[in-house]
Design a protein around this ligand. Structure first.
Ligand SMILES: Cc1cc2nc3c(=O)[nH]c(=O)nc-3n(C[C@H](O)[C@H](O)[C@H](O)COP(=O)(O)OP(=O)(O)OC[C@H]3O[C@@H](n4cnc5c(N)ncnc54)[C@H](O)[C@@H]3O)c2cc1C
Length: 371
């Protein structure tokens, strides 16, 4: 298949499997498709809308470093640490991970067509037709690995449209300094909320609100607890329920940074407000806090809008998943979702890539396609 970027948008490129997205999940899938005999650019293609390697990591805020991320697991076949120059844990994740992915793509010859945004996938003559901003593609099967970064979630609250300040989401965050002199209401009980609260509360005043009482855990999150958390999410998606948030199953680790926040008195959690006003937020008892900024650290949803014509969702918004690691869409085994539900972590994405590549190749009878 020719590189499509210089081509006329009318051309249609045909392939066996289209991997949509080249983050951890997409690269893992591509690695196993290639390892099992398929040729990249001919038997399968990888499309990604971002300008550079790195998946969503290229967009993360500069203060997220290798010491503040949870943990980045290796992609199959190449160790992350071998690509990080120097040993400093203060290396920015938005530099180190994209560099790792770039080296990974080169090492295994995993050509990624970028930037190519898949806008709509629909069924045409027993194949999938993908409309993109760089032309049309057609594939027998799809491994969708589009992550969540493009779909920030902000819950609806009455009065949101009246607010005279600025409403931001985690996705917009770059540096705490931009908030100096402003009062910031930070919403959310996840790891990102806590990390941003930590940074912002060091330069300005903050109010922290969460829907539920945050659940801190003091011990390490062991392998067994990890497996149990994944099993819970897997169970949900096998039943066709929306995956749910990670923190709801893992809890928040009490780190030295959190101890320090407690000591500074900034972990003074307030229950969720009921209303947004022109000048701030208001609770049911009438108490108001004036705010310049509401920062919604309320998570993300899976970025699957381009698959809408395929009608995969149930009424509750979930998708019934099947297959060995719940990557296969039960309604249509030609579609796998990796980095979705139980595989929405770097380790989960790795494993899911292998399962999806193997099952999809078998289902489509592509085992003999490789040389
Ligand atoms: C702030 C933050 C910190 C995190 N820290 C950790 C951590 O420490 N450890 C961990 O295991 N997990 C962490 N996660 C979860 C993490 O996002 C996943 O583990 C993993 O990196 C996701 O990989 P992915 O391949 O599924 O998605 P992404 O990395 O988001 O990759 C998706 C790719 O798809 C492309 N794409 C999207 N839509 C389209 C489209 N329509 N057409 C073409 N291409 C498209 C994007 O350009 C992107 O390159 C974190 C998440 C967040 C938000």
């Amino acid at each position: 298949m020719e590189r499509p970027l210089q081509s006329s948008s009318r051309l249609l490129y045909k392939t066996g499997i289209a991997v949509i997205g080249a983050g951890q999940a997409g690269l893992s899938s591509a690695y196993y498709l290639k390892k099992q005999g398929l040729e990249v650019g001919r038997d399968f293609i990888v499309l990604d809308q971002s300008p550079y390697p790195g998946g969503a990591w290229q967009y993360r805020w500069p203060s997220l470093t290798l010491s503040t991320v949870n943990r980045i697991h290796d992609l199959p076949g190449l160790s992350f640490s071998d690509t990080v120059s120097g040993n400093s844990p203060e290396v920015q994740a938005n530099i180190a991970v994209p560099h790792y992915f770039e080296v990974y793509e080169q090492t295994f010859g995993l050509t990624v067509y970028r930037p190519v945004k898949v806008t709509v996938v629909c069924e045409r003559d027993g194949r999938f037709r993908m409309e993109t901003d760089r032309g049309f593609f057609s594939a027998q099967g799809i491994i969708n690995a589009t992550g969540t970064w493009e779909t920030p979630y902000i819950p609806a609250y009455p009065g949101a449209e009246l607010f005279g300040g600025i409403q931001l989401h985690t996705k917009d965050y770059q540096a705490a300094d931009t908030f100096i002199g402003k009062h910031v209401v930070i919403v959310g009980g996840g790891i990102s909320a806590i990390q941003l609260l930590d940074e912002i509360s060091q330069v300005t005043t903050t109010t922290w609100v969460t829907r539920k009482e945050p659940s801190f855990r003091s011990g390490p999150f062991g392998e067994e607890a990890g497996r149990a958390a994944v099993a819970m999410v897997e169970d949900r998606v096998r039943k066709g329920l929306p995956p749910g948030s990670v923190v709801s199953v893992t809890g928040l680790p009490v780190t030295p940074a959190i101890e320090a926040m407690k000591a500074r008195g900034v972990l003074n959690r307030q229950p969720m407000f009921s209303e947004i006003t022109a000048h701030g937020v208001r609770w049911p008892n009438g108490r108001e806090v004036a705010a310049d900024i509401i920062l919604w650290c309320t998570g993300f949803r899976s970025s699957l809008d381009h698959l809408m014509p395929l009608m995969l969702r149930e009424e509750n918004g979930g998708i019934v998943m099947g297959g060995r690691l719940a990557t296969m869409v039960a309604k249509d085994p030609r579609i796998h979702l990796v980095g979705y539900g139980p595989s929405a972590s770097t380790i989960g994405a790795n494993r899911a890539g292998r399962a999806a590549a193997t099952e999809l190749m078998d289902y489509l009878g592509l085992r003999s396609a490789g040389k």
